[in-house]
Design a protein around this ligand. Structure first.
Ligand code: UDP
Length: 237
């Protein structure tokens, strides 16, 4: 099977970097993810990453504890920059040139988000990690993934999670739950299947960007997805 996608936007949740810890970053897991990313880059694929921040801080949680929502969201965005820098460090340690671009100005530690520059990095074989989400409160990093994928003209979004795809009910509580091989955007939206938030799904639908949802903890899965193997669930038109 040949390479199915040339430019990929990988969405990593903050929790993906947490491993089995209750909070923060597990360096071992980050190294593992970096190895998988390296395999993909070494096959000549262009890869951009949007990383979440839920392992450190979530705006909604801060707001429910009484904080101003926008302020809490900015803290959440800054948390994602820490994750982005952590990924950069792990990738560069194994020889993969990586640039972090932040949607909130942080020039001492990251480049500003500049679309054309991000594309140039990708063309040169560098990984681009987008930090600070979209730079706007009230959004999520899933929506950011859809937005950046559209901006850089990515062929596909890989949504790496803890489950091996999308089910018709929760596989943890229902042993009869069935996994979908493929789904339409419309089905995901009308059945409120919580793969990504509805803003993200709507943006992907509008721009015709397929989403592949798969289990990150299975070694080699990112590469399998790049090669067009049926891992997880494909959401498309
Ligand atoms: N966030 C935001 N705007 C964005 C992206 C993220 O305000 O465009 C904030 C929001 O508070 C969110 C936090 O950053 O809770 C961390 O991102 P997210 O929850 O999407 O991370 P994940 O669930 O992927 O770990």
């Amino acid at each position: 099977m040949g390479i199915a996608y040339k430019r990929v936007l990988l969405k990593l949740s903050g929790e993906a970097l947490m491993g089995n810890l209750g909070y923060g970053i597990d360096p071992g897991i980050v190294q593992q993810i970096a190895q998988e990313v390296a395999e993909v880059i070494n096959s000549g694929i262009q890869l951009a990453i949007v990383v979440g921040g839920g392992n450190i801080f979530r705006g909604v949680k801060g707001a429910s504890a009484g904080m101003d929502r926008a302020t809490a969201d900015y803290i959440g965005m800054i948390a994602t920059v820490m994750n982005a820098m952590t990924l950069q460090d792990a990738l560069e340690k194994i020889g993969i040139p990586t640039r972090v671009q932040s949607a909130i100005a942080m020039q001492e530690v990251a480049e500003p988000y500049i679309r054309r520059r991000a594309i140039r990095h990708l063309e040169k074989g560098r990984v681009v990690v987008f930090g600070a989400g979209s730079g706007n409160p009230f959004f999520t990093t899933d929506t950011t993934a859809a937005l950046r994928a559209a901006e850089i003209d990515a062929d596909v979004i890989f949504k790496a999670t803890k489950v091996d795809g999308i089910y018709d009910s929760d596989p943890h509580t229902n042993p009869e739950a069935k996994r979908y091989q493929t789904l339409t955007y419309g089905h995901v939206l009308t059945h409120d299947l919580r793969v990504m938030d509805s803003t993200a799904i709507a943006l992907c639908k509008e721009n015709n960007i397929p989403i592949i949802v798969f289990d990150l903890s299975v070694r080699g899965n990112i590469n399998r997805a790049v090669m067009g193997e049926a891992v997880g669930t494909l959401v498309g038109g």
